[in-house]
Write a protein of this length. Sequence first.
Length: 209
Amino acid sequence: MGKLFVCDHPLIQHKLTYIRDESTLTKDFRELVDEVSTLMAYEITRDIPLETVQVKTPVTTTDCKVISGRMLGLIPILRAGLGMVDGILRLVPAAKVGHIGLYRDPETLEPVEYYVKLPTDVIERELIVIDPMLATGGSANAAITALKSRGCTQIKLMCLIAAPEGIHAVQQAHPDVDIYVAAIDDYLNDHGYIVPGLGDAGDRLFGTK
């Protein structure tokens, strides 16, 4: 079973409070999501492998560590996932970015893939699927399935807020995928919104209704 990580650093929790606040304006909301994404990226990249290289300092020659092995790929789920990308890229600017677009079928309520654009070397990268909200888990599962169907094997999921129902759904469908969240909320309401949540992340990021 994939592991569940709650990134409960005090700075993350502080900023998350203002992200939840309905009075937070679009500009501030966007900046806070960006900042929390950077802080969460520290945790999600903690196990990246290192190798030793030799460096000449002004004083002597010494052994130092650099990142080795697989490079990263960021896969935001359109459109709300876009709000988290720049914050992660600030920490790992060499990461490549792919995109997965999904919409919900009005009759079946199941996610339907309408756009996938991935780096050419995607199967060689450790991928982080990005979406601010993990509600039912439908979109996250569809995105992960889309990546696996294209040969990807190293996949993590990063969300700001998750409902227990969404966590369970992803763990059942993709038990090999680790999940990173800033908070686990109480439940989903009858409209599929996370409670207490933060509303519609995409609308609040982009100032739409």
